[in-house]
Design a protein around this ligand. Structure first.
Ligand code: ADP
Length: 489
């Protein structure tokens, strides 16, 4: 089939500098770093390596834009319209942006086109509609007073994002920040800076004033840490590893910045014998292998009821083995490479641990090909709760299947992790589904589905999986301060 094997043309690289105060600028140090095509291990482009000096310029620009620029004084409806325009411009360029995301990150272009980009556009539109609906309340306090609250923007938002959904993570952070009237200093992940830079250009074309969105590409301990420590930045929103969040929390202590974190997970995905097994198998494979397994909410602990265990593992194995690995820019590719050498090495070391700890490898179990960071879709069965592959976040296409028979024990095992991002259960038993939803300590519970995201539905973690929520109205509140005004009458 000619269409199925079509390969998308490589996108043009338009922006590689820092975007500060509406201008493209080299890093103050003049340094650059290479962003790599994970499918070929070749350099795509050299990008400005921002550090503390650039973050300082960006923070000052964002502060000016917040304190005295037109953005904070703009009518909320006009602010909303600017965000709508940004969404429209992204939609006009959807194919080009999907290709750029695919090239820089390694994700199949068909996934970027069908999942990432539509979610980006939807998220921006959702928050655009919120811009003129942010309001406080009147409060009947004791005495002869009139008391009310205002919801005001938190100020300058520092935003540090990972590489697994580069544009989507930018949209999750820009949408609520812009709607609230904040200004932004964003540090994209060093692995994937290109689409965020392109979005900044589109934001300018959409009429978002200079200084409102600033993007400083660079590394975490330099540019990222500078965002966290900068005294002119009021809040930091971070998505990444819990260990990085711990560093950020310490670094933010001096200025007591507001912090929101969306971190990792080791999410349990539970299949009961009464489930629709065909749907459950497809959803379970999708819940783990989507995006090369590089999802913070990946269903990586798959608990299967003993009665159906062997049959279900056989179904999963067939689905995993049938995944087509290859050039992410080919339209028939299901799985691209992992994002970089470090992730690739880490995943292979976990596969090795799985073998050493005595789990049974049903399919995959190694790299694929000689070039690029491709890892075979891998399934281990016979996994027990204490194995490293059952406890640690692998962030790759490695599924651990565990067996269970008793419901109470299953709930205890599902909760036996310091993470708490997501969990899923597949069953026709509505009581069990509700019991699971109530008792499993995680920020998102899916029943008979997996990875269902919507801009309106809050997302975030219990325990070490995060702090605060993104998306929905809760996500917007994280970019506002509440002010109480009391007037003697
Ligand atoms: P991952 O392992 O997925 O790359 P990280 O938590 O290391 O997760 O990275 C997520 C984001 O955090 C990236 O943009 C990275 O550059 C940034 N980062 C890493 N270390 C720090 C740090 N010490 N301070 C601030 N940001 C950091």
């Amino acid at each position: 089939m000619a269409i199925a094997t079509e390969t998308i043309r490589k996108p043009k690289i338009r922006h590689t500098q820092c975007f500060i105060d509406g201008k493209w600028q080299d890093a103050a140090s003049g340094k650059t770093f290479a962003t790599i095509d994970p499918a070929t291990e070749e350099t795509i482009a050299d990008v400005a390596e921002g550090d503390a000096a650039d973050v300082d310029r960006a923070a000052k620009a964002a502060r000016r834009a917040f304190d005295s620029g037109p953005w904070s004084r703009m009518d909320a409806r006009d602010r909303g319209r600017a965000i709508y325009r940004l969404a429209d411009l992204i939609e006009e360029e959807i194919d080009e942006l999907a290709a750029l995301e695919s090239l820089d990150n390694g994700k199949p272009v068909k996934d970027a086109r069908a999942a990432d980009l539509p979610l980006v556009i939807d998220c921006l539109r959702y928050y655009a509609g919120f811009a003129d609906k942010i309001h406080g309340s009147t409060i009947p306090i004791r005495g002869n007073y009139f008391s009310y609250t205002r919801r005001e923007p938190v100020g300058v938002a520092g935003q540090i994002i990972p590489w697994n959904f580069p544009m989507l993570m930018a949209a999750w952070k820009w949408g609520p920040a812009l709607a609230a009237g904040c200004t932004i200093v964003m540090k994209p992940a060093e692995q994937t800076p290109l689409t965020c830079l392109r979005m900044a250009q589109l934001a300018q074309e959409a009429g978002i004033p200079d200084g409102v969105i600033n993007v400083v590409p660079g590394y975490g301990p330099t540019a990222g840490a500078a965002v966290v420590k900068h005294p002119l930045i009021d809040k930091v929103a971070f998505t990444g590893e819990h260990r990085t969040a711990q560093i950020i929390m310490r670094d933010a202590a001096d200025s007591l910045k507001r912090l929101t974190f969306e971190l990792g997970g080791k999410s349990p995905n539970v299949i009961l014998a009464d489930a629709d097994l065909e749907k459950a198998a497809a959803g379970t494979a999708f819940g783990l292998f989507f995006n090369q397994g590089q999802c913070c909410c990946a269903g990586s602990r798959v608990y299967v009821e003993d009665k159906i265990h062997d049959e279900f593992v056989a179904r999963l194995t067939e689905l995993a083995a049938g995944r087509r690995l290859g050039n992410p820019l080919s339209l028939d590719t299901d799985q691209g490479p992992q994002v970089d050498q470090a992730q690739f090495d880490k995943i292979l070391s976990y596969i090795e641990k799985g073998h050493q700890e005595g789990a049974q490898c049903r399919t995959g179990g190694g790299r694929s090909g000689e070039r690029g960071y491709f890892v075979q879709p891998t399934i281990f069965s016979g996994v027990t709760d204490n194995m490293a592959i059952a406890r640690d976040e692998i962030f790759g296409p490695v599924m651990s299947v565990l067996k269970f028979s008793d419901w109470e024990e299953l709930i205890t095992r599902a909760n036996d992790t310091f993470y708490g991002l997501a969990a899923a259960v597949w069953t026709r038993d509505i009581s069990k589904a509700h019991d699971f939803a109530r008792r499993v300590r995680a920020g998102t519970i899916w029943v008979n589905c997996y990875d269902v995201f919507d801009a309106a539905a809050p997302f975030g973690g219990f325990k070490m999986s995060g702090q605060g929520r993104e998306l929905g109205e809760e996500g917007l509140k994280a970019y506002t301060e509440s002010k109480t005004v009391t007037i003697a009458l």
